[in-house]
Ligand binder design. Structure first.
Ligand code: ADP
Length: 246
């Protein structure tokens, strides 16, 4: 369902992705781990073209885009691919001047052209799902970080993406608020949502991932099930990284 082949990305002279290959089936969860600066976020942002790769191909939800150094990617294709994804950022990025309900309705109205009535109905269902139906009239600044992140997840789900992308969704949260966000993510995984998650939460990764990739210096160092990557890594470098965490 998602296939990434030979993906390269540089910022100026600095090559950040050096030939990444990833395959993920529909309904599965991929977790990306690795040291800071290894290219995890850049790879995730390539999935929805927040970063445009220099080279390689991305196939997602029936669309296949090829990138070459010479060719500009059309804006039409960028928009089309982006519509197939929902993104949850580290810092929530809710619209501060809109209520919780407004935040979850917005994309449905502007991107999907749903009626206000339909958008409101779906938004309320999603707020119910993330346990925040009673906060529908609150503004972001009236919510805790964990609640804001749960609204951000509802907002990302609202446009019915084929895949949800999470960029370190709990790293800005106070420790006591991490659990409520991970619980919602776990519930989505159990319901068969396809997800790609960059995280440092290893216990969560072990629990929820169908597949883990461990990146280092723009390359995939290890790839496999949580058992394979976290318990029986093949390379010394991966063992060193995992030992540092424990
Ligand atoms: P990770 O998520 O593994 O910490 P990133 O993908 O954020 O790694 O970053 C990988 C490297 O790319 C880092 O050295 C970072 O400084 C660099 N980088 C990321 N985004 C940009 C950008 N927009 N411009 C220049 N360098 C960037």
């Amino acid at each position: 369902m998602i296939e990434i082949l030979d993906l390269h990305k540089s910022f100026g002279q600095h090559t950040v992705l050096k030939g990444i290959n990833v395959k993920l089936e529909h309904g599965k969860v991929l977790v990306i781990i690795g040291p800071s600066g290894s290219g995890k976020t850049t790879l995730l942002r390539c999935f929805n073209l927040l970063e445009v790769p220099d080279r390689g191909t991305i196939e997602l939800g029936g669309m296949k885009l090829s990138f070459t150094d010479a060719k500009e990617i059309s804006q039409h294709n960028v928009v089309a691919l982006r519509k197939k994804t929902g993104m949850v950022f580290q810092s929530y990025n809710l619209f501060p001047h809109m209520t919780t309900l407004g935040n979850v309705m917005e994309g449905q109205i502007t991107v999907q052209k749903r009626s206000k009535e339909d958008a409101r109905k779906r938004a309320m269902e999603l707020l119910e799902k993330v346990g925040l139906a009673d906060k529908s009239d609150s503004y972001p600044h009236q919510l805790s970080g964990g609640q804001q992140q749960r609204v951000a997840i509802a907002r990302a789900m609202a446009v019915e993406p084929e895949v949800l992308l999470f960029d370190e969704p709990t790293s800005a949260l106070d420790p006591e608020l991490v659990g409520e966000v991970l619980k919602v993510m776990k519930q989505l995984a159990a319901e068969g949502m396809t997800m790609v998650i960059v995280t440092h939460e290893m216990a969560f990764a072990a629990d929820v991932a169908d597949k883990i990739i461990l990146m280092e210096d723009g390359l995939i160092l290890e790839e496999g099930t949580p058992e394979e990557v976290l318990k029986h890594p093949k390379s010394t470098r991966a063992r060193q990284f995992l030992n540092r965490l424990s």
